[in-house]
Every structure is written in C-alpha cells, then in structure tokens.
Design a protein around this ligand. Structure first.
Ligand code: ZN
Length: 607
C-alpha cells in the first residue's frame, strides 16, 4: 500500500443531502410527492397503448423511472440514518412516510401494466424502440408478462380485498400465535424454565449439544400441540394461491416464483438434479461436524451449531481494512481501488456504539450513483468477511453506475454473486498470506465450506417439501400426519446418512416462518442459486485469471436486464440449464474441504 488507508469509522452521508434538518431534504420530498400524484393522475386518464398513446406511454415509463430513482434516493438516505441511530424517532417517522409514497408509485406501475396488457406485439416492439427507452426492453417485456397474468381489474380488486381477511389473515394468525408461544426448556443441569419460542433458534445454535437437544424437544412439544391450527393456516395459504393461479391462467404453482427470480424451470431442475447427484460433498461437511462433537452424523438440531474450531485472534478495524484492500488489490485491482476510494470518501459505517440496528447491509442511490456500506465492526474475523461481502455488493452497484435505472433491478437469484465473490477474494487472498496460524487457516476454510450444508441440503429439503406439499394440495387439504411425513421424507432424501437415525424434524413445516409468508412462496431456493453461481464464477476466475474480469463485469452489468440464463450465456459463455454447470460449482468446495479435514486432527485432537 502506497499511502495509509483512511480508516474513519463513521460514514459521511452529505452526498445524499447536506443535512437532515436542512431545507433540501423536505423540498426534495415535497417535489417527489407532488410529481408522483401529478403523473398518476395523468396516466390514469390515458387509454391503453395504441398508435395514438404510444408517445404518452413512453413518457410515463420515463417518468416512472425518474420517480423511482428519486424515491430510491430518499429511502436509501432515510434507511442509513435510521439504521445508524435506531433511537431517533424522526428517522422512523420518515421511514413510515416513505411507505405511503411508495404505495402511490406502485399505483403508477399498475397503470403501466394496464397500458401494455392487451397491446399487440408489434406495438410493444415499437414502444421498446421508442426514443429514450433504449435499455428498457427487458423492463417492458416483464411488465407485459406480469400484465398477462392478471384477472380483470374488478376481480383483482376483489381478490386484494378478500386477501386481507383470507390469505394475509392466515399469515397474521401464524405471527400472532407463534409470537406468544412459550416452551418448556429442561436445562441439562436440571433447571426448568418457560421461554419464549423466539429464543429457541439461538438455543439451537448453542455449542452445547444437550442444550440444543433440550430446546428442540421442548419446542417441538409446543409445535405438536398447535399442529391442527398451523396445518389449517398452511393449507389456507396454499389453497388460496392455487385458486388465484387458476383464475389468473398461471399454469404451475412455481411460475410466479420463477418469474420473480428471472429463471426457467429447466434451470432450477438442473440445479437440484446436480445437488441430488453430488449431495455426498455437503454431507461430508456435516459428518465432519459430527466427528468434532463425537457423533457419526448430525441431528436436525445440530445444523446451526458452530463448528468446534479454535477461534482466530481478533482483528482491529485498521487491520481489517488492510486485509480487504490487500486481498482485493492483489487479484482484482479495480475492486481494490474501488474499496480504497470508498474509505477515502467515508462511505463505510463500522463504529461500535449504542442504538445502531443490528446486521450489515449495502445501499446506494441511482441519482448520485454513490454507495454506502453499514456494519457494526466487533474485531472478529467474521466481521472482516462481512465487510468484504458488503463491499462486493457495493462494487456491483458501482459497475452498474452507467446503466439506466430501469435496467439495474436484478432478481434475488443474481443479487448475491458479487458479494460472495468479494468474500471469496478475501478468503483466497488470506489463505495465501505467509505465516497464517492454523486456527486462522481452519477458520477461512470453514468460511468456504461451512455454509454448504445449509445452502445445498437444508434449502433443498425445504424446496422438496414445499413442492411436494403444493403438488398434493391441488387435490385438497393435506392432513397433519401427511405434512409430517412429507417433511421427514424430504429431509431423509436430501441428507441421507449424514442425518442420524431419528434425527429428522417432523415439525419443521410448522416452525419455519418462511412457509407462512403470504406475499411470497418458494422463498429459499434463490439463495442456493446465488451461492452456487458465485462459486462457479469464482472457479472460472481461478482458471482463467484476470482475463476473466472484463467478462465478469459485463455479467454484473447484465444482471438487471436479462434472464439468468441469458445474462450468464451472453457474457460468460456458460449454459446454466445443464446440471454439469452446477455440479462443477458444487465440486469447487472439495479442495478446501479436504484441506480442512486434514487440518482438523492437529487442531482439536480428534481421532
Ligand atoms: Zn448479501
């Protein structure tokens, strides 16, 4: 490093607005609210897309882009302020106020859907080629697809009204019921205690197996006692979805989720085929975990437990910045420069102080094309990895800085590629550092392989269960006993003998909130997709070296304007509809896993 890094721990938000309580912020807000209202009024008076209204609708699309960009600027700013000072009521009030602007803007999007719904293809093609809309083709095509899957306006309005007391009510019932649940915890030392269900998850991540098992057993007694109510909620949610899908002309229950993920069924099938074929690798990680705790395989309640490794020494903030900068600069100079620039401009918030919201995130504005990274840095190696992860997200936005906002909205499937790439750059950079202590080495290797069971087995089991359940639900309500057996069958099939005999969780369908989110189905698989895609890309980078990087950036630039298949094929020349592509990604964990397996006996003295 030529000059010392700027290691300030608080961020500078003046790129958004000079001051929160200055005149610019309220003026910006008022103008946005007025412009949204004006545009909405104008659009609602327009006839659907025709020769006559083509120019007018082109202007509405551009206006929508402008308004969404301004709203994004405000939400990003307010989000930063609220996260960094969660106690300040003024920020929370601003967050609430933004939700109403956002709802108004959604109505404008509804008008765009109305415009394109029955438009002939030729006319739509002319709209895509209209001056000022270059680069917005994908956005327009997706609008059209979405519009085609809507019932009449009257039916959609009725459905939305009924959903408040139907679909969403089931979800609220779940939240209310589980929010008040308590379970009896029988501590290993004989103490008995009634605990809120919300504490069960952290107890199931406890290093002591007896604690995990007690939390699991105590919790499942309560889930079992409520199984009829929960099964009714789950059946109610899925049944409503099936009915709406039928009415909307949606052919398969996965379609909506696949559309959101901008991916085809063929690709997802290829992905899961590869996982089932190569499940031996992630299972090996679990068996390693088992060996460390003295068991053959693991039980369901062991999965969240920390791998029993010695903890690496603490790393202060200045060292952390140095480690990230150095490992980026060495193998990806453009990313190294970008990170140093972020530090110089004070785009990173890392200070440890009260009243910060937990967690880490990356945000940014498409108006200023600036990014910000938020975390609370606690001197751990985990936090260094988080920093590299969030800077990876920021770099993705940085690469998209010359792309029009309508073409930057990437799906969840492509959202984690750049962040995982950032993590892997750091990990691989550090693994090459001379004089690395064995504990540090094991920590880094575990960063690479430790998450494989959750992405490749846990999520796969959830997907298998959910798919089987939705399949059976088409024929009528699915009974409680059938839900239990579908769940354990899915776990058995995916985990194989890495899961102890009797180690399944028959009530996972009840305890996992994700199955009860009324606005979203098949919540989890995009994460597996992202995890494997980033591994595949990083493996390609390691094979091809720096020649790969321009294509990688071309890929990042395409993430908001193409399907996953097209984005990968056009820029990286790979076919993700084939299981081989995914198999290669899974196999990239084999080498670090072997190294970790070899390293462990010397670290923890297992036989
Ligand atoms: Zn992320």
């Amino acid at each position: 490093m030529s000059s010392p890094l700027n290691v300030a721990r608080t961020w500078d938000l003046s790129g958004y607005f000079p001051r929160f309580d200055g005149p610019e912020f309220p003026a910006f807000k008022t103008a946005l609210r007025q412009d949204v209202a004006r545009r909405l009024k104008h659009a609602s008076l327009l006839d659907p897309l025709s020769e006559l209204t083509l120019t007018a609708w082109r202007d509405e699309i551009s206006a929508f882009e402008d308004l969404a960009t301004r709203l994004g600027h405000l939400s990003s700013y307010v989000g930063c302020l609220a996260a960094a000072d969660a106690a300040a009521e003024a920020y929370r009030a601003e967050e609430a106020a933004l939700a109403s602007v956002s709802a108004e803007l959604e109505k404008l999007r509804g008008e765009l859907l109305r415009a394109v719904n029955h438009a002939p293809d030729a006319l739509l093609a002319r709209l895509e080629q209209a001056p000022g809309l270059a680069g917005a083709e994908f956005f327009i095509r997706r609008l059209r697809h979405e519009a085609g899957l809507r019932m009449s306006t009257a039916e959609e309005t009725l459905a939305a009204d009924l959903n408040i007391d139907g679909l969403h009510a089931w979800s609220r019932l779940y939240d209310t019921l589980t929010g008040k649940m308590t379970f009896e915890m029988n501590w290993p030392d004989g103490r008995r205690e009634s605990l809120p269900m919300s504490q069960r998850r952290s107890l199931m991540a406890n290093p002591d197996r007896a604690v995990r098992q007690a939390a699991f057993t105590g919790g499942n007694r309560v889930w079992a006692a409520q199984e009829d109510t929960l099964a009714a909620a789950l059946n109610g949610i899925a049944g409503t979805r099936h009915t709406l899908n039928r009415r909307r002309g949606v052919g398969h229950f996965l379609e909506g989720s696949l559309f959101d993920a901008a991916v085809s069924r063929r690709t997802i099938d290829a992905l899961f085929t590869a996982i089932h074929t190569h499940a031996a690798l992630p299972r090996r990680v679990l068996r390693l975990m088992g060996r460390l705790q003295g068991t053959e395989g693991v039980a369901w309640y062991d999965q969240e437990a920390p791998m029993r490794l010695p903890s690496p020494p603490p790393v202060d903030w200045e060292q952390a910045c140095g480690l990230v900068a150095r490992s980026f600069a060495e193998h990806y100079p453009a990313m190294g420069d970008y990170f140093e620039d972020m530090l110089v401009q004070r785009w990173v918030e890392s200070e440890k102080r009260p009243n910060k919201r937990p967690g880490a995130f990356c945000t940014g504005s498409e108006l200023t094309r600036e990014q910000r990274v938020y975390q609370t840095y606690n001197d751990t190696m985990n936090d260094v990895v988080t920093l590299a992860h969030e800077v990876g997200h920021a770099f993705h936005s940085h690469v998209l800085r010359t792309t029009r906002p309508l073409a930057t909205n990437y799906p969840m499937t492509l959202a984690e590629t750049a962040s995982n790439f950032g993590e892997m750059l750091l990990i691989h950079g550090l693994l090459r550092e001379p004089g690395l202590a064995p504990a540090q080495r094991a920590f880094l290797l575990n960063c690479e392989v430790g998450r494989a069971p959750s992405y490749l087995l846990d999520i796969t089991a959830r997907y298998e269960f959910e798919r089987a359940f939705y399949e059976e639900r088409t024929a009528g309500e699915v009974s409680v006993s059938r839900l239990r057996s579908l769940m354990t069958e899915a776990q058995r099939k995916v985990y194989g003998d890495a899961l102890e005999v009797g180690g399944e969780d028959p009530y996972f369908w009840a305890s996992k909130l994700h199955f009860y989110i009324s606005g979203l189905s098949f919540y989890n698989y995009p994460y597996t997709f992202g995890y494997l895609l980033s591994h595949a890309l990083f493996a390609q980078f390691r094979r091809e070296g720096t020649d790969f990087l321009p294509r990688y950036e071309a890929f990042l630039r395409r993430t908001g304007s193409a399907t996953c298949e097209d984005a990968v094929r056009e820029t990286l020349g790979r076919d993700i509809t084939q299981p081989e592509f995914w198999a290669e990604a899974i196999h990239s964990i084999e080498h670090p896993l072997k190294e970790l397996e070899a390293l462990l006996p010397s670290l923890v003295g297992t036989k």
